[in-house]
Design a protein around this ligand. Structure first.
Ligand SMILES: Cc1cc2nc3c(=O)[nH]c(=O)nc-3n(C[C@H](O)[C@H](O)[C@H](O)COP(=O)(O)OP(=O)(O)OC[C@H]3O[C@@H](n4cnc5c(N)ncnc54)[C@H](O)[C@@H]3O)c2cc1C
Length: 232
């Protein structure tokens, strides 16, 4: 159990019989309260398939039902019910090749971290660009690992939305793919973030079938919808 930020915690789980997963997939966590009420939510798997334990990184929503227990109350030795892995469309294996363009907002970095760790564990040289949006530098997840990612050849760009120099992920930051390059693109984060980033990517000329989007929920800021299916 590790605090990533004051509001985000990583849980490391021993899962007997876990069948293995592809980087990017998620698991459904089911909690049963003392009075028998059941709540189930999906959480991306933060660890690479090669890691010894299954890790989930949970961001606290103050008025949430499940995240406060996972991010605040869970203690070592507690047991969880887990179903998965789920969501093979939003997943990557080194054998799928590259280049990789990973775009994460807030906790949306979680499944992208699994992909980066998988690439590193496999010793692959897949061209990888990771664009991360966080509120402030203190909200950046896995900051202690970023040096290792960069040393392994991952190009990491961080943009902060609530600290100078404030900037949201925009088309210029994502920049156009070079001619002939057809990166595998994975976008993940709160719904409004994911929709906006995906729209920029399509405007930049990325092929829709190469852009996979995982939306974590939360209100949409606008009612627009874009023309490709959810990855799940
Ligand atoms: C495929 C998938 C993977 C996910 N992976 C992760 C992960 O790795 N880490 C993580 O922290 N979360 C992740 N989520 C979000 C997670 O499943 C829960 O939705 C989240 O933890 C809130 O659950 P809750 O029970 O605490 O809140 P709820 O009781 O479900 O909701 C409380 C309030 O918050 C709003 N809300 C719900 N979800 C969000 C959100 N994401 N952002 C803002 N407001 C919201 C609701 O509309 C409601 O008003 C993922 C979601 C999906 C679909």
């Amino acid at each position: 159990m590790r605090d990533e930020t004051p509001r985000v915690r990583t849980l490391a789980l021993d899962v007997p019989g876990w069948p293995g997963h592809r980087a990017g997939q998620h698991a459904d966590v089911r909690l049963t309260s003392d009075d028998g009420a059941v709540a189930q939510r999906p959480y991306s798997i933060a660890s690479a398939p090669e890691d010894p334990r299954l890790e989930l990184t949970v961001s606290l929503l103050d008025d949430g039902e499940v995240s406060p227990w996972l991010a605040r109350e869970a203690r070592p030795g507690d047991q969880l019910e887990l179903r998965g892995p789920v969501g093979s469309a939003f997943s990557w294996h080194v054998g799928d090749g590259g280049p990789l363009l990973l775009v994460g907002g807030g906790a949306g970095l979680v499944p992208l971290r699994a992909m980066v760790r998988h690439r590193i564990a496999q010793g692959a040289a897949t061209e990888t660009r990771l664009v991360v949006s966080a509120r402030t530098r203190d909200d950046l997840l896995y900051a202690a690992e970023h040096g290792d990612w960069i040393a392994a050849g991952v190009s990491l760009e961080v943009t902060l939305t609530r600290a100078a120099p404030r900037r949201r992920v925009d088309a210029a930051l994502l920049s156009a793919p070079s001619a002939g390059a057809r990166p595998h693109v994975f976008v993940c984060g709160p719904t409004a973030f994911a929709e906006a980033a995906a729209e920029h990517l399509l405007d930049l000329g990325h092929a829709p079938e190469r852009v996979r989007v995982e939306r974590f929920g939360g209100a949409l800021k606008s009612t627009n919808s874009i023309g490709f299916a959810k990855s799940r």
